[in-house]
Design a protein around this ligand. Structure first.
Ligand code: GLU
Length: 259
């Protein structure tokens, strides 16, 4: 197997609670897939949402994986070539990439206040429309945005989703998935505190860690079109995707991290 075709997969939990059986199953599928293909299994901690971080969760994740015999080849405390493997230690990489998107016209600064966003959301709810950003800041002249940023005005960075058309991608489990661009929101990529959102960080990391197959829970399927657009904007090859059906409680409700 050449370096190009090497299988590299990752388990990328957020430390927002302790590992439950659903998460452990995702980790196990990744681990077994890597072993089967003589590949590499990576553990990456996705802790960009610092407000939801639970004390002791990272230690619990690592010790639970160890207890289950799901040993990772690269990850925290096992540094490989592509670390660090904790997202909060990679902030510079994400802001550099966000800057690139803006320069290329695939991203923009948004200065809308939480109050304005709330007002448009309330209106959309009243009109029975799905809540989405109204793209108010999308076409601000770049020089004007740059000035507002340098004067310290609070802002986020959003991605530009094409207005019309649709996209299709292949999921190893689901097959062909087609989504109209109009149902995708201009997703926030960098929050006002300068931290990236999951969507920017996951794409930058999966690319820079040379992930060949993204094997994750089905709840991420609806985010995948946004991720594929980002791969396109960065001119990167997309990994293969496999979204695993969720493990449910006997009453068909979702398992929570507390279970
Ligand atoms: N950080 C996400 C989670 O907590 C992982 C999503 C993914 O694997 O891309 O489930």
């Amino acid at each position: 197997m050449t370096a190009e075709s090497a299988v590299r997969v990752r388990f990328a939990p957020s430390p927002t609670g302790f590992l439950h059986v659903g998460g452990l199953r995702t980790a196990l599928y990744n681990y077994l897939f890597a072993k089967h293909h003589n590949g590499t299994f990576i553990l990456r901690i996705e802790d960009t949402d610092q407000s939801r971080k639970v004390e002791g969760a990272v230690e619990n994740l690592i010790s639970t994986l160890d207890w289950a015999g799901v040993h990772y080849d690269e990850g925290p405390q096992k540094e490989g070539q592509f670390g660090p493997y904790v997202q909060s230690q990679r902030l510079k990489i994400y802001s550099e990439h966000a800057r690139r998107l803006i320069e290329k016209g695939n991203g923009y600064h948004c200065f809308c206040t939480p109050e304005r966003l709330d007002q448009i959301r309330q209106k959309q709810i009243a009109m029975k429309l799905p809540p989405a950003y109204d793209r108010h800041c999308r076409d601000l002249p770049p020089e004007q945005s740059a000035m507002r940023v340098s004067s310290g005005e609070p802002h986020v960075i959003r991605m530009k989703v094409p207005i019309g058309g649709e996209m299709t991608f292949e999921d190893i489990i689901r097959g062909k998935v087609t989504i109209a661009h109009k149902i995708l929101d201009d997703q926030v990529l960098v929050k006002s505190d300068g931290f990236p959102t999951y969507h920017l960080a996951v794409v930058v990391d999966d690319h820079s860690m040379h992930i060949s197959h993204v094997i994750r829970g089905e709840e991420w399927l609806s985010s995948t079109p946004k991720h594929i657009l980002l791969y396109k904007y960065f001119e990167w090859e997309t990994p293969q995707f496999a979204h695993l059906p969720l493990l449910l409680n006997p009453d068909k409700t979702k398992l929570s991290k507390r279970q």
